[in-house]
Design a protein around this ligand. Structure first.
Ligand code: SAH
Length: 218
């Protein structure tokens, strides 16, 4: 822990929360989580000074942490109450994992790159997050053992919905996934209503590719 550094970033984080609020984020639970989670701890030291800008940043292994506005939108669309079991595909830096851990009961997070998963696990441990289970592997297959999930968040883009996600989605559960081509996708919200799947488009996004058996080839 580095309390001096953490305090140094406190003002910058407040500004970010105000910016997100000005840009239309209304959900207080989302704003509160962003205010509480030290984003700089999840950012490599070389770009850490930019941790509270509203922009995506490189996290190593050719991957990026999304811009805070995207995390805020994602979380708003999920309408979490605190009781949910959540599946996250693409742990990356672990920042979104930390936000989810504050807003839901249990988080299951899958990442295919060992170096990223190890680092995310360490940082989450250091900041005292305990309700997350990690899996190193191909997230296009989901994580059947602990399903069904009340929410499934896919942090990488796919050409179509991998079947495991809708299979592992609980009644009333929501799946958020960017669908499209490599350079541009539509953030898609899929809700399970019995045997039916309701699908809504939530706006254009641009994510790194989801690579695996049920998506693009790695
Ligand atoms: N929410 C993360 C986003 C990281 S980018 C953050 O804010 O830091 C997306 C991540 O998805 C990358 O780390 C990438 O390695 C991972 N990914 C891509 N395909 C995957 C797959 N099939 N299974 C698990 N993770 C995958």
């Amino acid at each position: 822990m580095a309390p001096a550094v953490d305090n140094e970033f406190r003002g910058a984080r407040r500004h970010l929360v105000e910016l997100l609020q000005e840009q239309g984020i209304r959900d207080l639970a989302v704003l509160h989580a962003i205010d509480e989670v030290p984003r700089h701890r999840f950012i490599p030291t070389g770009v850490r000074h930019r941790a509270y800008e509203d922009s995506p940043l490189p996290i190593g292994s050719g991957q990026t942490i999304s811009q805070p506005m995207i995390h805020a939108r994602y979380l708003e669309l999920l309408h979490l109450s605190g009781k949910e079991k959540v599946l996250e595909i693409g742990t990356g830096s672990g920042y979104q994992t930390a936000l989810l851990a504050r807003m839901a009961a249990q988080v299951f997070s899958i990442e295919r790159i060992a170096a990223l998963l190890d680092r995310a696990r360490d940082v989450l441990g250091e900041i005292g997050v305990r309700n997350v289970s990690f899996l190193l592997g191909d997230g296009t297959l989901g994580w059947r053992q602990y399903g069904p999930y009340d929410a499934i968040l896919v942090s990488a883009a796919a050409p179509s919905v991998p079947p495991a996600y809708t299979e592992q989605l609980a009644e009333g559960g929501r799946l958020l996934i960017p669908l499209g081509v490599r350079d541009e996708q539509m953030l898609t919200v899929i809700t399970r209503r019995g045997d039916a799947l309701e699908q809504v488009e939530a706006g254009p996004v641009r994510f790194v590719p989801l690579l695996g058996k049920e998506s693009w080839e790695s």
